[in-house]
Design a protein around this ligand. Structure first.
Ligand code: AMP
Ligand code: MG
Length: 633
């Protein structure tokens, strides 16, 4: 698009290239077969009900009076390809509140029209039936003219849809602010996530939760909003045609073509002589009828599996918890999504869940990889027939009539094999990614056999035993100069920087320092090995400075913790402050800086609030650690 040397500055909202592929290629709610049918229906007549044979319903956002634009993410503007000053316009304010539609011709009653998706899901392990976008309404897909990346833009908190069930279609400011900030913060940490462009306060909307709260709308966007739960619902209804249609749509439209999916795994020449499936072994070496017939739907399944393995590895490495990993909150595209009672880990505690209502700890930190796999097995089951049929997937009788009785046993066996094979792939992709991230967080260049047990596990045990803050640990470790921990005395002195302000851990100051110092000694040896000249006993100043810089690039100084978000919510909601949100966003978008006030970031000198910054990156106040939230949002 850029014809001159000038970097791309973005376009206006009106100029932004828009499409409606989702609604053009997938079936609509039969109650409103056209956008016009929906548009001609009074908005309050579009009420909750079961919707069959469809993937969405055309429905427009509810009108909003006097919306107040509270914040915009500059990173989101840039990634969407919208020019920065556009966010200051009246058109933008109306657009992000749902008052201005693009693509719809009001007089001719034709054009692109907003929609709400239909999906189901397993919630806390139980089948929950039809769910769907109960308060989210998608507007269009927008393609960034410079990068060609396409996103689906959606308003959360935009009013009732057929999928609102017993709820009100609204979102409160508290949870909207949390979602807005964390979406952009995770992206800045390079964790795959859905994004957020803006946060709008609805001054006339009073929403009843535990108390009456102000309403809000987040404009959020993602390459796809499809969830594993979208398939669950089709499977529960036995809708095999739609499963095939949706899977094809995802491969061709969302992932950009079948050829973009992982390559077909080789078929062993003598399958029966191959060894039985083993952890970490490439699937090509696994025996059985399974991979002999790996078809394109299996490759699609593997793509979804691999993406989610990468994402959950990021959560584990950065101590992030979604809090409600139901299948309807698990993304087909492998994005972190649907932020309710999420949290970042404070003191390292693998059993911690941020979800106050999660009494069985199903969604706690240590269960996340297992739970994501559990969700992916549900997807494997929904795709079971398509992957199990193997090479006959395009046979006319299979497409139109399904499988014959005598095919059933073989097909089930093959599908089961393929799902467990994908499970091995999930484990190995997860482990590789987790190792890669932890290695970087610990300042290592190469992964060495033994690092897992001797460095990763031990540091986590030490953090857990001494109740140390997980993310502070990595950041503080980053700035230790290797020369300062060359001897036992230095190591013991430095160990104290990891303690909380209120004093040493429960085992006592001396024992605590010893534990950390012991680990620091091993860590120092490994850093030397990776960064130093061969057989040198120390790093040069330059080498060490480079190592420190590299570590700070992956170990954030700022993350939006529950207590900081609570403070900002209170100040915005109760005390009428506004700028505090921009300052929070600035830190969330540039999480690796040493400080923000006075620093030049992206070529601009930034004016912040030094006292506030230091508080937010400092010790978590003792009674605000490991906060829990309810699901009410
Ligand atoms: P969540 O717990 O946010 O993932 O939501 C689960 C389901 O409930 C989804 O189908 C949501 O669309 C729906 N939902 C949650 N809150 C509301 C609300 N206030 N109004 C309408 N639907 C909602
Ligand atoms: Mg959800």
């Amino acid at each position: 698009m850029a014809t001159s040397d000038k970097p791309f500055q973005g376009v206006s909202l009106a100029e932004l290239p828009k499409s409606w592929n989702f609604t053009a290629k997938l079936p609509p709610d039969p109650a409103f077969p056209t956008p016009a049918a929906s548009h001609k229906t009074a908005r309050d007549e579009i009420t909750p009900r079961l919707v069959r044979g469809a993937l969405f319903t055309w429905v427009r956002p509810a009108p909003q009076q006097d919306p107040e634009l509270l914040a915009v993410s500059p990173a989101a503007l840039r990634d969407l390809g919208i020019r920065e000053d556009e966010a200051k316009t009246e058109e933008f304010r109306q657009f992000v509140a749902g008052n201005k539609l693009y693509g719809w011709d009001e007089t001719k009653l034709e054009g692109g029209y907003p929609w709400a998706q239909c999906y189901g899901g397993f919630q806390f392990g139980q089948w929950a039936g039809q769910l769907g976008d109960g308060r989210a309404i998608s507007l269009f897909e927008a393609t960034n003219p410079a990068t060609n990346v396409r996103y689906e833009l959606q308003l959360k908190g935009a009013g009732l849809t057929p999928y609102s069930r017993f709820a009100d279609g609204k979102a409160v400011l508290r949870s909207s602010l949390r979602e807005f900030v964390v979406s952009e913060a995770l992206n800045a940490l390079r964790i795959p996530t859905t994004r957020a462009l803006s946060l709008t306060l609805l001054p006339h909307s009073k929403v009843l939760r535990e108390t009456v709260e102000p309403g809000a709308i987040v404009l959020r966007f993602a390459q796809s909003w499809l969830r594993l739960g979208t398939f669950d619902l089709l499977r529960a209804r036995g809708d095999r045609d739609l499963i095939r249609q949706l899977a094809t749509y995802i491969a061709e439209d969302v992932f950009g073509g079948w050829e973009k999916l992982p390559g077909r795994l080789e078929t062993p020449e003598e399958p029966n002589k191959s060894p039985p499936p083993k952890r970490g072994v490439p699937a090509s070496e696994v025996e059985g009828p399974s991979n002999a017939a790996e078809n394109r739907f299996q490759r699609l399944y593997r793509e979804v599996v691999r993406r989610n393995a990468v994402t959950v590895a990021h959560w584990q490495a950065y101590g992030f918890m979604n809090g409600v990993l139901n299948t309807d909150n698990t993304s087909v595209y492998g994005l972190s999504m649907d932020y309710g009672p999420f949290a970042f880990m404070d003191n390292f505690d693998p059993s911690y869940t941020p979800n106050h209502d999660d009494h069985l700890l199903r969604y706690n930190y240590k269960n996340q990889p297992t739970i994501i796999w559990w969700n992916l097995v549900r997807l494997g089951e929904a795709l079971g027939e398509l992957i199990g049929i193997g090479a006959q997937v395009d046979d006319e009788t299979f497409i139109t009539k399904g499988i014959e009785k005598e095919q059933e046993k073989d097909l089930v066996e093959r599908a089961e094999n393929l799902i467990s094979q994908a499970g091995e792939e999930f484990k190995s992709v997860f482990l590789n990614e987790y190792k890669r991230l932890m290695k970087a967080r610990l300042g290592l260049r190469k992964f060495k056999e033994g690092d897992f047990e001797e460095l990763f596990s031990e540091v986590l045990d030490t953090m857990e035993g001494l109740e140390l803050d997980f993310n502070h640990f990595f950041r503080r470790l980053s700035s230790i100069r290797l020369a300062d921990i060359a001897d036992a005395k230095g190591r013991k002195e430095k160990a104290a920087i990891f303690f909380h302000k209120e004093g040493p851990p429960i085992v006592g100051e001396d024992a605590g320092k010893d534990m950390i110092a012991t680990w620091l000694e091993k860590w120092r040896a490994r850093v030397l090995e990776d960064w130093g000249q061969e057989s040198s006993e120390a790093l040069s100043e330059d080498e060490d400075a480079e190592r420190i810089r590299a570590m700070k690039q992956v170990n954030p100084n700022f993350i939006p913790r529950g207590w900081v978000l609570d403070e900002v919510i209170r100040r915005v909601e109760k005390e009428g402050e506004r700028q505090v949100l921009d300052r929070l966003m600035h830190m969330a978008l540039h999480p690796f800086e040493d400080s923000w006030d006075g620093a030049t970031i992206d070529g601009v000198e930034y004016k912040g609030d030094r006292e506030e910054e230091q508080r937010w990156v400092g010790d978590v106040p003792k009674f605000e650690r490991a906060l829990q939230c309810s699901c009410s949002s």
